[in-house]
Write a protein of this length. Structure first.
Length: 491
């Protein structure tokens, strides 16, 4: 299936190649960029207009309207002016070593160099305003300490996709003037299934009941307290809509450079998940999804960050491979990032029976397992979770034991991945068994890292370009608790 998708919201204005290189090879972002940033200042302009009107106690009429217009124009003009100066100073290009260089800054020049041989992710996003104008932003992140991310706002969608392809090609050391790699559609999430799945989550169901109760209180009180409760109770509904808007029209396609994810109602996101960057995979199944056989698939991906707070104040994004899908579809897609791994065929060892005194609800679900390639943990009763980490992606192994666990002779073993939503923890094992599992997993991880070749996935794809990769349709699909405070044993 072709990777070209028509966007019904895009007017695709100003089509000439505004970001084409000059005689020195430097490029600029699109000339409409300052105006889009200026429009984004409108809410602040409206807030200033209201504040001025209230502050000077201007009655409704010509005076209030004049102050409102002046406040609105002030913020819009200032915002657009600053954005214009930033646009004038922003240039980007590729140097002789093939690395991405970005110069920016209004008062002082900032020169940045991103070493593409350490590329972690490159994504194309379309916020609503940019999408209406047929524009997009490109986010590039490389491995390294400090600020290792660059966002280029805005390019035409065609230019953004071309730049993304060029960055990926340069990072792999292959020709960067080749056409975009073809793709095959693997899965798509129907809007109806997405809505039902969001409503059937336990937290959403509870929040909807709370909202109904709040509305009842509002009707009975008919006062300020009731109005406040109504506004507060509406927050869960906004949360559901935010999730729906984020994952609307979710598709997964396969290409030689990895799995391509597209989704979003208001802000359109195009993300590539290289198999070599997948650090861990998690399956989540809320209780109300089990009858339908649905599951959610999450990933820890190296280099993708900045959304939620993880342990140790590290930030991460919940990378979702599939927001909702039947088990066979989910397993088939995961098979593309963990080839040769059959999650359902991995034998699991349950937690000892005395763990019920520590986790009386979920103790029957607690289990761990492993193969020559991966380590897996299972847990959760109301919301069941399966978390998988390849041995080669295990960064460290720990054993933790809190006071309650110590009194029961239990301990938990952790196979640490990169920061993310997927956390691989074997809860409440026998203490001696936990230490044995940790040592064995550390040994498996060390051996697997020495033999790992998955980070060279792009070069392997190009070396194997003849014959071309098989189409996705030729492949048949296959069928918590947090850490307790206490001592930590690092292996």
């Amino acid at each position: 299936m072709s990777g070209q998708h028509e966007d019904p919201l895009s007017f695709e204005v100003f089509r000439p190649g505004a970001s084409g290189p000059d005689e020195h090879g430097r490029r600029r972002v699109h000339p409409l960029t300052p105006f889009i940033h200026g429009v984004s200042w409108w809410p602040a302009g409206v807030a200033l207009a209201v504040t001025l009107t209230v502050q000077f106690k201007v009655s409704v009429g010509g005076g209030a309207l004049l102050l409102a217009v002046l406040g609105f124009l002030l913020f819009t003009v200032v915002g657009t002016g600053v954005a214009y100066l930033q646009w004038r100073r922003l240039t980007f290009w590729f140097d002789d070593d093939g690395d991405l260089r970005v110069d920016s800054g209004v008062l002082s020049l900032q020169q940045r160099r991103l070493q593409l041989s350490r590329l972690q992710s490159v994504d194309v996003l379309q916020p609503l305003l940019a999408r209406l104008a047929g524009l997009a932003e490109v986010r590039v992140e490389v491995a390294g300490a400090g600020d290792s991310k660059v966002t280029l706002q805005f390019l035409t969608l065609a230019e953004a996709n071309a730049l993304r392809n060029e960055i990926i090609a340069r990072s792999a050391g292959v020709r960067h003037d080749a056409e975009e790699a073809p793709e095959n559609l693997l899965a798509s999430v129907p809007a109806g299934d997405l809505v039902v799945s969001l409503l059937l989550r336990a937290e959403t169901f509870a929040l909807l009941l709370l909202t109904a109760f709040v509305i009842l209180i509002t009707v009975l009180t008919e006062g300020t307290v009731g109005l406040l409760l109504l506004v507060t109770g509406g927050v869960p509904l906004f949360s559901v809509f935010a999730q729906f808007s984020r994952y609307y029209d979710f598709t997964v396609a396969e290409s030689p450079d990895g799995l391509r994810l597209r989704h979003g109602l208001l802000q359109r996101t195009r993300q590539t998940v290289p198999p070599g960057r997948v650090q861990a995979v998690g399956f989540v199944q809320p209780f109300l999804w089990r009858r339908r056989g649905w599951v959610r698939v999450r990933l820890n991906v190296a280099g993708v960050s900045t959304s939620a707070q993880g342990s140790g104040n590290q930030s991460y994004t919940e990378n979702v491979l599939l927001p909702v899908a039947p088990w066979p579809v989910a397993l088939a897609i995961v098979g593309r990032v963990l080839p040769g791994v059959d999650i359902m065929a991995i034998p699991l060892e349950p937690a000892p029976e005395r763990s019920r005194r520590r986790a009386w609800i979920q103790w029957r679900q607690l289990a761990v397992g492993w193969t020559d390639d991966v380590f897996i943990t299972r847990g959760g009763r109301i919301t069941e979770r399966w978390d998988v980490v390849p041995h080669a992606r295990t960064q460290s192994v720990r054993v933790t034991q809190g006071p309650w666990q110590r009194s029961l002779g239990l301990a938990s073993v952790h196979a640490d991945s990169t920061p993310g939503a997927v956390r691989i923890t074997g809860h409440h094992r026998d203490a001696l068994e936990a230490r044995r599992l940790a040592q064995e997993q550390a040994d498996r991880a060390a051996a697997a890292r020495g033999a790992d070749r998955s980070l060279r996935w792009v070069a392997q794809q190009h070396l194997a370009a003849t014959p071309p990769p098989a189409a996705a349709s030729d492949v048949d699909p296959g069928p918590g608790e947090g850490a307790e405070p206490g001592g930590v044993e690092q292996l």
